[in-house]
Design a protein around this ligand. Structure first.
Ligand code: CA
Length: 223
């Protein structure tokens, strides 16, 4: 999952990028509204954390413009504690949730997990697919109740595919959603991860749809 952080306070920006990276997300960041707007407009993010008070272009305008242009990614806004009007304006402009400053990073992380899973149509942190169970929060995967050890990249690939299990996911899409802007992207590595997932998790879980990408095979398909 790939996240954009738009926050002009350099310390807070850095803290958020670090915390999100440690939590396993690919993260890009911007420190003003114009850069933030551009990135959100041109890169496919699974979620954006957007400060309201930003230089050059304020967060509300950034959000309004994205929504006008049909960008539907979940947006979590950061508001000042005492500015209730920011929250109302932000939600009316198309924000999905807000956190008031100062906040605990754990709260931000929990809200992000909730927004990402809701955007993919899941109500809980655990996604099940036949015998395979993936816990987004703990990063654990099990097959028939037996834990499987995955590297963080293997986990990210499986998580993304399971989140979007109702459709075919292309290699390009996986690459774009799993790596940040600066990452040296090579879509062949995705193939390697999928191969390892088949070995470690289940041989029948991930189907290759020739020329299109990968798809999670749900038990109902397999019958
Ligand atoms: Ca600010």
């Amino acid at each position: 999952m790939r996240i954009l952080v738009v926050e002009d306070d350099p310390d807070l920006n850095r803290q958020m990028v670090t915390a999100l990276t440690e939590a396993g997300y690919a993260v890009d960041s911007a420190t003003d509204g114009e850069d933030g707007h551009f990135l959100g407009d041109t890169e496919p993010y699974d979620l954006v954390v957007l400060d309201i008070g930003l230089p050059i272009m304020d967060g509300i305008s950034v959000l309004e413009q994205w929504r006008r242009d049909g960008r539907t990614m979940p947006v979590l806004i950061l508001t000042a504690r005492d500015r209730w009007s920011d929250k109302v304006q932000g939600i009316d402009a198309g924000a999905d949730d807000y956190v008031a400053k100062p906040f605990h990073m754990e709260e931000v992380l929990a809200r992000i997990r909730a927004l990402v899973r809701r955007a993919a149509g899941h109500a809980s942190n655990e996604i099940e697919c036949g015998p395979v169970r993936l816990d987004v929060r703990s990063g654990r995967v099990s097959v028939n109740g037996n834990p499987v050890k995955l590297t963080s990249h293997e986990f990210k690939v499986l998580e993304y595919l399971m989140h979007h299990r109702d459709r075919v996911v292309s290699r390009t899409e996986l690459t774009e959603h799993l790596y940040d802007q600066d990452f040296d992207r090579d879509s062949n590595t995705i193939e390697v991860f999928v191969g390892r997932l088949r070995k470690k998790v289940s041989n029948d879980l991930i189907e290759t749809v020739r020329g299109l990408g990968y798809r999670i095979v749900t038990p109902s398909d397999a019958v």
